[in-house]
Design a protein around this ligand. Sequence first.
Ligand code: GTQ
Length: 345
Amino acid sequence: MQELGRLEDLPEDYRAELTAQNLVPLWPSLRTVLPPVKPAIKTQPICWPYQAMRPLLLKAGDLTPIEKAERRVLVLANPGHGLEKMQASSTIYLGMQLLLPGEWAPAHRHTPNAVRMIVEGSGAYTTVGGEKCLMERGDLILTPTGLWHEHGHDGDKPVVWLDVLDLPMIYYMEASYVAEGQAQTVTDEFTDQAYLRGGVVPSPVFVRSEQNFPMLRYPWLEVRTALEILARVQPDMEAVQVTYINPETGADSLKILGLSALMLRPGETLSLPTRSTAMVFHQIEGSACVSLQGHQFNLSEADTCCVPGYTPITLKNQSADQPAFVFIADDAPLQKKLGVYEVRS
Ligand code: GTQ
């Protein structure tokens, strides 16, 4: 590639004149904003082992009452972006949230979309748009843009979940804000049950609901069963993986974040092609080894890691006789809508 003129090649008085007019010459920075072949990537491969995080999160429970936190969260920040940016990748935010028995995280709604992957404990619930969603290990609960949500806990042990938000994306768009609200009246519970059988959806006789988000809770036991059946009935499948979708439309459940669950069969090694999206892996059950150029993360249950895009990734089940289950989040729906999603062989 042709070497381009540098800033220093320009006379100082000319540069000063440009600056005074809020003008910038493109060519000294052209190769920075349009690097050859592959983007410049800030997202570093990082792992957050749960057993290292957990005592610090519980300590936050001692140090900061819920009233002083609103959401008691330790953010899984990628140093490649700068910790203060609170980003796991360019578009994805990750946080570990703690709710203690009897605590209540008050209702609010915001423009970023959130999902929760329940990590530990039981008896907590989150109410999203009037629907009370129970939180059990491995459940995935959506909190789409604009819906009121609050978290409560009737159990007797701490509850912890992983928050995945498209906050960095919405913040970058200068569209991120929150509104405070009143405690919601619960109008629905268990509506996810209406969609649990694949291939059929409810057909209302008079009006079809225009609801964008018909399913808010994806119970882990059902998803796990779907994966086990898939492994049995389609033994030649290259990956035993299911996508969390909107059951009314078949599209991704959210517009920016892509969400899926992967089962690694006992002893299985799965090589993923090089993709343009960064990815987050969270170990739901079993243990898996995530490897990429120069890095290897051994994920035990409840561990979380992120890997950059444009890098081939290999996942290996560490056990020869037990399946391993991994939750995966990326921004493929966003990249596909924008036309920049790529798979390279
Ligand atoms: O639970 O509503 O990790 O508003 C960050 C922002 C969680 C939440 C986060 C939030 C929430």
